[in-house]
Write a protein that binds this ligand. Structure first.
Ligand code: FE2
Length: 280
């Protein structure tokens, strides 16, 4: 922990996804990501695979329920809570069953819910192709307010900005430990979950995931390619709700005091190898 960044270090530990079709989602994450499913309440499931945990909640529309970030140190957690409250944001009860009692939650300006606390259970080791749940990204119509929340309220560390010709920021990448980003937000015409990502051991594992997803006839969405910000290799596929899932390798590491960089808003920034999914 540092005085300027009590969120450091924090790691994405689990995600809750709202889904109108839990049966199809359970089947996809079971067969596709080697996750076992257990119903833990009415319309509420936990899915566990090697170094990855997802919760599913039956809902009318697909989207991000919340993101659970692991902070093991009690003093660090308390300092983060103080910082958030001092910034004028309201702390709410933690909805995640996988964080301990002193965990708490806070919503960003778009209502995306971040939960912080010590995990109540270790992630499964299990078998299946390796891929640790590593980052989550949202789209927003109000990027300045979302960046203010990350910078001033949470105190995450900026790794990269993407800027339009007029200098306006169109995407921002944030780290909460040396991994280039555990969270990012993209300016877009519609707010919501942009994608979530699994960090895999190497390039060959991207190939293995691609072959595996092809066997399941999963819908390929983008890649393979290499991002500019983060310099990671990537492949994206769609789950049954249309959520974009990324398999990533070689994600850059940056120390806490390394300055952020600026990238031009162009396809080559988002994919050094070629065409890109442009959110705006
Ligand atoms: Fe990503």
């Amino acid at each position: 922990m540092t005085a300027d960044h009590p969120i450091w270090p924090a790691r994405l530990n689990h995600l809750c996804l709202d889904t109108p079709d839990p049966e199809a989602m359970i089947a996809f994450y079971r067969d596709g990501l080697a996750m076992t499913a257990e119903e833990i309440g009415p319309g509420h499931w936990r899915l566990d695979g090697p170094e990855r945990r997802i919760l599913l909640r039956r809902a009318e529309a697909a989207g991000l329920g919340y993101a659970g970030f692991a902070i093991d140190d009690e003093a660090q957690l308390a300092a983060l809570r103080v910082r958030i409250q001092a910034a004028g944001c309201e702390i709410s009860d933690n909805p995640s069953p996988f964080l301990r009692q002193d965990a708490f939650a806070v919503a960003d300006p778009d209502g995306n819910l971040f939960c912080f606390g010590a995990p109540s259970e270790a992630l499964s080791v299990g078998s299946g192709i390796a891929g640790r749940l590593q980052h989550v990204v949202v789209a927003t119509e109000g990027l300045p307010a979302m960046m203010d929340f990350q910078d001033r309220v949470l105190g995450t560390v900026t790794s990269d900005h993407v800027r339009a010709d007029d200098g306006a920021i169109t995407a921002a990448f944030y780290r909460s430990d040396p991994e280039h980003h555990s969270f990012a937000c993209f300016g877009a015409p519609e707010a919501g979950l942009d994608h979530h990502a699994y960090e895999v051991p190497d390039w060959n594992a991207i190939r293995d995931w691609a072959d595996h997803m092809a066997d399941l006839r999963a819908t390929s969405f983008w890649g393979p390619g290499r991002h500019g910000p983060g310099n990671n290799l990537f492949l994206m596929v769609l789950d049954p709700d249309g959520n974009k899932i990324e398999f990533s390798a070689e994600l850059e590491h940056m120390p806490i005091d390394m300055a952020h960089r600026d990238w031009p808003h162009e396809e080559r920034t988002l994919n050094l190898w070629g065409g890109a999914w442009m959110r705006s």
